[in-house]
Design a protein around this ligand. Sequence first.
Ligand code: SME
Length: 157
Amino acid sequence: MSEGLTVSAGTKEERYQELMPQLEAVVSSETDVIANMANMASMLHETFGFWWTGFYRVVDGMLVLGPFQGPLACTRIRKGKGVCGTAWAQGETVVVPDVEQFPGHIACSSESRSEIVVPVFKDSVVVAVLDIDSRELSTFDEIDKKHLEKAVALLSF
Ligand code: SME
């Protein structure tokens, strides 16, 4: 990856199609999961120009901030709280078209308008979540869900 990330302009689906092999190449060449989360956050953030892109890890029964790109964020989230804690508790991806309509949304940034949170599993247990925030409403859909779930499955916890 010395030449860096190369994803051309195109539809969202096309950009994910170009990005995924690059993510696989980067993650498969490194065994450290923190390093891989860091590069995955960067590559997603750079490709799509999200507002905030990063991971929270389950540490001692709480979500604790991990590698991310974007502004300062809340460091700890309890199970069932906010979008992140809900995705963790439910073990399912949560897509939020309008954060103001999500009861209990945790506003780390007042700029955030829509959000997707994707759980990361090890042996069927949630060990982390990928959280992405957008400054526009309704940024995330089934296309993001499909590709982001595949992306986080590349991580070996
Ligand atoms: N909005 C999230 C909190 C994390 S920040 O967006 C980075 C939530 O409601 O869980």
